[in-house]
Design a protein around this ligand. Structure first.
Ligand SMILES: [Ca+2]
Ligand SMILES: [Ca+2]
Ligand SMILES: [Ca+2]
Ligand SMILES: [Ca+2]
Length: 223
């Protein structure tokens, strides 16, 4: 008996235009198509290449598989789950059909770098502020899931002077003063910020710290 190709319909439960399904049945039967399962559950990584074929164990009337081809890139950050209904329609008159639900969970890949909430942060601090003063807090977010979205903070390309004066908490993004400022020497610092995820993807920003003058110089002629 020659293979017989069934017509297939996919009913979309969620907007999803990029799956095509073909199913091949070896024999012609006079029963409505019956899937052995009501639901097929799949986990697919979001970085799975287009063209990847998934064999769906539909056990359609015995031992057949349906073939599902990924036709567009998945993006977990846009949609983390897809739900389809596979309908098999036989060639009879009238046609008979059977359905199976396909539930796809999209697994995360680390495809997002941390992004700071601002392209430039501004802060000001009095020149007589004591060591340990919290100057500001910076923050970046990473759209990936769980560990892939963990962010740590650091300064980059930092001059030696500034390195003695400012410290950033890798975990919280808190920027604190660690030395003595002097408005009469330096009025402003520009610090380069970096946020990094566990796999080395980075985001950048800047922090401009204005040193605020305090009347800490004796007028000439006194003392
Ligand atoms: Ca993604
Ligand atoms: Ca990430
Ligand atoms: Ca991701
Ligand atoms: Ca001063």
């Amino acid at each position: 008996m020659s293979p017989f190709l069934f017509g297939i319909e996919i009913l979309l439960e969620t907007p999803l235009e990029f799956f095509s399904i073909t199913i091949e049945i070896q024999d012609i039967n006079d029963h409505a198509p019956v899937f052995s399962k009501k639901e097929i559950i799949l986990e697919i990584g979001e970085s799975t290449p287009v063209g990847t074929i998934f064999l769906l164990d539909t056990s359609y009337n015995g031992s057949k598989y349906a073939e599902m081809v990924l036709q567009s890139v998945l993006d977990r950050e846009k949609q983390s789950a897809h739900s389809l209904i596979l309908t098999a329609i036989d060639g009879g008159d009238p046609p008979r059909s059977g359905t199976v639900k396909i539930v796809i969970t999209v697994l995360d890949a680390n495809d997002n770098a941390p992004i700071f909430t601002e392209t430039m942060y501004k802060a000001s601090v009095a020149e007589n502020a004591v060591k340990g003063t919290l100057i500001t807090k910076v923050s970046a977010s990473d759209a990936d899931e769980g560990y892939n979205g963990n962010v740590t903070y650091s300064f980059t390309h930092m001059g030696e002077d500034a390195a003695h004066l400012f410290q950033i908490s890798a975990a919280t993004g808190d920027v604190t003063l660690t030395g003595n400022l002097d408005y009469e020497t330096v009025q402003q610092y520009e610090l380069n910020l970096q946020a990094k995820d566990p796999w080395g993807l980075t985001g950048a920003s800047k922090l401009v710290v204005d040193v605020v003058d305090v009347n800490d110089n004796s007028p000439k002629g006194r003392c």
